[in-house]
Design a protein around this ligand. Structure first.
Ligand code: UDP
Length: 466
């Protein structure tokens, strides 16, 4: 391909919200676009670019930064979503505008923007330049349908209960809706973020979901009546799915430093299916009481366990827990989660049900023990147990705490494989195969990405094969 044509490759700007659970899927999506002949520039914040433990340039993705107004400390510096969200909106809009101008000036104009649903103001910026845009949702279609209904006043809050019926969704108990909706008023700034995703969405040209069609068929059909919906997931590194992206085995941007050597050498010695992997993702905070119940459940179960306790959560561990359980357990501050989940020693994943974690376990066929904490996690847990049949929910008591006996019971069900455990294992294999098929050549997600690229190319009237 000559220099002239190189410059005429479609150029897509990808703009995730600066959190691990948003960067991972959008960066992975970016890699797939690159493999289809698209030039991709990923936008992150100045603060995050200083604190990353890896570099996406290995995947031929350019990294550019903008300011969120907190260049020295990001979200932590802001101190709360009430401060962070509006500041990012105003400073970010100006900063994104400058970046787009700069890219034009340096000969790399943008042909499309793919922005995170959490950052709807990015669509307004793109409109000023006449750039076609796609909103990217990192949460499930079901969860976003709930937010859509709230945003349009079709679900009036607070909900009277006991059940909610929405098109394409199973009947949901009010407590199974995203916490920002069922516990109306709990985190007003985050509530505004998820509902505002739909404030200007009619102006977006495409709507991407990090799912695959088979996973949420009914609600995808329903949403497709209003928007150009494209399912493009699961955005899991290719080695774990179709293996078409070479040695693509991790996302490529860590906000925390993984204890890779310690995790993998510890797992290497363990028998097949014998280890519980426990993690609550990058953001959730557990109450000290919950942490203690979980700690004693892991100890009491007498299985091996690998538990991710982020540095900021470590003080909540019971005294001497690490020493007392050192023969059976390993506690780390961050893990290489995909490598861990794909290790044959893992028997189940005790998870907060962040949507990426759910998709990762689903794609790797690992049964889940669901302990949702907040936002979309309760709805994801409902789907894990009742819709996809790939896990069980450990239910909290009236104080909202999941007790040790309940956790231990769930562990036994999954690891000894009671009747439900057997069914879960069977379903896990089914979904793992469907996930792989969706992203493989000609699969539902792959076709949607090809269609997106073909659209960009027809606008440009060039071919990547010229
Ligand atoms: N993750 C990881 N190591 C860990 C814990 C999590 O690499 O020790 C990754 C995980 O693979 C996932 C992301 O961090 O891709 C967390 O996203 P998720 O949506 O599950 O949860 P969130 O952090 O957004 O609550």
């Amino acid at each position: 391909m000559g220099e002239e044509n190189k410059a005429r490759k479609p150029h897509v700007l990808i703009f995730p919200y600066p959190g691990q659970g948003h960067i991972n899927p959008m960066l992975q999506f970016a890699k797939r676009l690159v493999s289809k002949g698209v030039k991709v520039t990923l936008v992150t914040t100045i603060f995050l670019s200083k604190s990353l433990f890896s570099d996406p340039s290995a995947a031929s993705i350019d990294l550019r930064t903008i300011s969120d107004g907190f260049d020295e400390g990001g979200y932590g510096q802001a101190g709360s979503a009430d401060v962070y969200v509006p500041t990012f909106r105003s400073v970010g809009s100006t900063s994104l505008t400058s970046l787009i101008k700069k890219l034009v000036d340096t000969g790399y104009p943008i042909h499309a923007l793919v922005y995170d649903g959490f950052l709807p103001w990015a669509l307004d910026v793109a409109k000023q330049f006449g750039i076609p845009s796609a909103v990217f949702f990192t949460q499930s279609c079901a969860v976003n349908s709930v937010y859509y209904h709230v945003s349009r006043g079709l679900l009036q809050l607070p909900l009277p209960g006991p059940n909610v019926y929405l098109p394409g969704l199973p009947s949901l108990q009010v407590s199974e809706l995203p916490s920002l909706v069922c516990l109306y008023g709990s985190y007003p700034a985050w509530f505004d973020v998820v509902v505002d995703q739909f404030s200007n969405v009619d102006g977006a040209d495409w709507m991407f979901f990090n799912i695959f069609y088979e996973l949420e068929k009914e609600v995808v059909h329903w949403m497709s009546k209003f928007w150009k919906v494209m399912t493009i997931g699961p955005t899991i590194p290719s080695v774990y799915l179709d293996r078409r992206l070479g040695n693509d085995k991790d996302y490529g941007m860590n906000l925390f430093k993984p204890n890779t050597g310690a995790c993998m050498s510890w797992l290497n010695g363990k028998p097949k299916g014998s280890v519980i992997y426990a993690s609550f993702g990058s953001f959730a905070l557990l109450e000290a009481e919950q942490m203690a119940e979980l700690a004693w459940a892991l100890k009491g179960s007498n299985y091996y366990f690998l538990w991710v306790v982020r540095e900021t959560e470590e003080a909540k561990l019971p005294n001497n827990f690490i020493e007392e359980t050192s023969e059976k357990g390993l506690v780390v501050t961050w893990s290489p989660q995909l490598e861990v989940l794909s290790h044959e020693s893992i028997g189940c994943f005790l998870t907060h049900c962040g949507f990426n974690s759910v998709l990762e376990a689903l794609s790797l066929g690992v049964p889940m023990l669901a302990m949702p904490q907040w936002t979309d996690q309760g709805t994801n847990a409902k789907y894990v147990e009742d819709v996809w049949g790939i896990g069980i929910r450990a239910r909290p008591d009236e104080k909202g705490i999941v007790r040790r006996t309940v956790i231990e019971q769930c562990i036994k069900e999954l690891l000894i494989e009671g009747e439900k455990g057997k069914e879960i294992t069977k379903n896990a294999i089914k979904w793992k195969n469907l996930a792989k098929r969706a992203v493989d050549e000609g699969g539902s997600s792959d076709k949607n990405m090809d269609e997106f690229v073909a659209n960009l190319l027809s606008d440009l009237r060039v071919s990547v094969f010229e």
